[in-house]
Design a protein around this ligand. Structure first.
Ligand SMILES: *[C@@H]1O[C@H](CO)[C@@H](O)[C@H](O)[C@H]1NC(C)=O
Ligand SMILES: *[C@@H]1O[C@H](CO)[C@@H](O)[C@H](O)[C@H]1NC(C)=O
Ligand SMILES: *[C@@H]1O[C@H](CO)[C@@H](O)[C@H](O)[C@H]1NC(C)=O
Ligand SMILES: *[C@@H]1O[C@H](CO)[C@@H](O)[C@H](O)[C@H]1NC(C)=O
Ligand SMILES: *[C@@H]1O[C@H](CO)[C@@H](O)[C@H](O)[C@H]1NC(C)=O
Ligand SMILES: *[C@@H]1O[C@H](CO)[C@@H](O)[C@H](O)[C@H]1NC(C)=O
Ligand SMILES: *[C@@H]1O[C@H](CO)[C@@H](O)[C@H](O)[C@H]1NC(C)=O
Length: 308
């Protein structure tokens, strides 16, 4: 009996030793935790390290392929499984998909490329599926800056999350509902109603400061969105199911018939690739931006709206 316990102890010690070795070797995960935060329990830490390593492998395998159009990179989502990423950040919305007209380039005058990235601010929505609110908040800010004579305002996205009752706060929402709210109630300045990234009781007791006149559908065709983007950015609904580790390049691993996230279309390049600003911070994508190939990639033409 004594002997048996002794050998169990020894193997436990060996295991602990191995474990320490692994811990030493996995300095990448240590560095990741240093940047994004440590896990509280040993159990959680081990589980998250395993997911981290799986994701690292996925990224390496993707980037080592010869025929890829976009690259992946490590970011804040490294310790989330694909299912967790979809569950936390995305919410499929039941929106009617309009008729999409894709004309051959031969049949319309190509428009001048445009890119509003220097007129917008990149935000990070944190662990809250509020892409819809950031998309609309950013489109209002862009309007004031570009059309409002260089006014650099910062509207309350938190107010939309807490107060816009036709959406579901951090569990998703719809851009046109947020626009309707800004039309009817007006938005506070973000300094007066700051972002906390979780849904709380509505604290708006009076009308906000920033109203919009109305909003209009600008999707349905490449020409429609391109010509609208000549003026200022647009709020767009998209399929972001596989956006977790997007880093750079042209992304098209998505469906044209799903809307589970909203972002801000800020332009298109001379090859008609869409330039879209996301709200996953500037460490995600190309400085917070993703590029999508022409036409209705990821459903960009389905729910494109501009405020005015
Ligand atoms: C890339 O190449 C691999 C094989 O090397 C193939 O299985 C895959 O379908 C290709 N992907 C694309 C998008 O062409
Ligand atoms: C976009 O649509 C046009 C017209 O149908 C087509 O010629 C072109 O190949 C499409 N581009 C992509 C990237 O799907
Ligand atoms: C943004 O501003 C920088 C610095 O002035 C400039 O180099 C860059 O070309 C601008 N980008 C766009 C898309 O206008
Ligand atoms: C607006 O102001 C903020 C905060 O001062 C600044 O970080 C941002 O760059 C400004 N935006 C533009 C488009 O100039
Ligand atoms: C919510 O939706 C209803 C029905 O579409 C609409 O009448 C109402 O104005 C909306 N309220 C807000 C705050 O968007
Ligand atoms: C906003 O536009 C819609 C569609 O054009 C129109 O029916 C509605 O009356 C407008 N609302 C306001 C407040 O102007
Ligand atoms: C889309 O992304 C998923 C997850 O990275 C991957 O498994 C799948 O092969 C990709 N599909 C294409 C067509 O690239």
């Amino acid at each position: 009996m004594k002997y048996l316990i002794g050998s169990i102890l020894i193997s436990l010690l060996l295991f602990a030793n191995n474990f320490n070795n692994n811990q030493f070797q996995s300095s990448d995960f240590q560095n990741w935790q240093k940047q994004y935060g440590y896990y509280n329990t040993e159990f959680e830490r081990q589980y998250r390290e395993m997911i981290y390593n799986q994701n690292k492998k996925l990224i390496q395998e993707h980037n080592s392929k010869q025929n890829i159009t976009y690259r992946m990179q490590e970011n804040q989502f490294m310790t989330l499984t694909h299912e967790e990423f979809v569950g936390i950040y995305l919410q499929e919305t039941e929106v009617s998909i309009p008729e999409i007209t894709i004309l051959n380039q031969d049949f319309y005058q190509p428009l001048q490329a445009v890119d509003w990235r220097n007129y917008t601010t990149i935000y990070n929505q944190g662990s809250c599926a509020a892409g819809w609110a950031f998309s609309v908040g950013s489109s209002i800010e862009a309007w004031f800056y570009i059309r409002g004579g260089g006014q650099n305002i910062s509207v309350s996205v938190q107010q939309l999350i807490d107060c816009e009752k036709n959406s579901s706060g951090c569990s998703g929402g719809i851009n046109t509902q947020a626009m309707l709210y800004a039309l009817q109630d007006g938005l506070y300045n973000s300094q007066n109603y700051p972002y906390v990234g979780t849904q709380l009781a509505c604290k708006a007791t009076k009308s906000g400061t920033y109203f919009i006149n109305n909003y209009t559908f600008v999707g349905g065709s490449t020409q429609s969105l391109q010509s609208s983007l000549q003026n200022y950015p647009a709020s767009v609904g998209l399929d972001a199911t596989y956006w977790q580790f997007y880093s750079s390049g042209l992304f098209s691993n998505c469906s044209e018939n799903v809307v589970n996230h909203y972002a801000l279309a800020i332009g298109f390049d001379s090859n008609n690739n869409w330039v879209v600003q996301n709200s996953f911070g500037s460490a995600w994508g190309e400085n917070g931006i993703i590029k999508l190939p022409p036409n209705n990639t990821c459903g960009i033409l389905n729910q494109a709206y501009q405020i005015y």
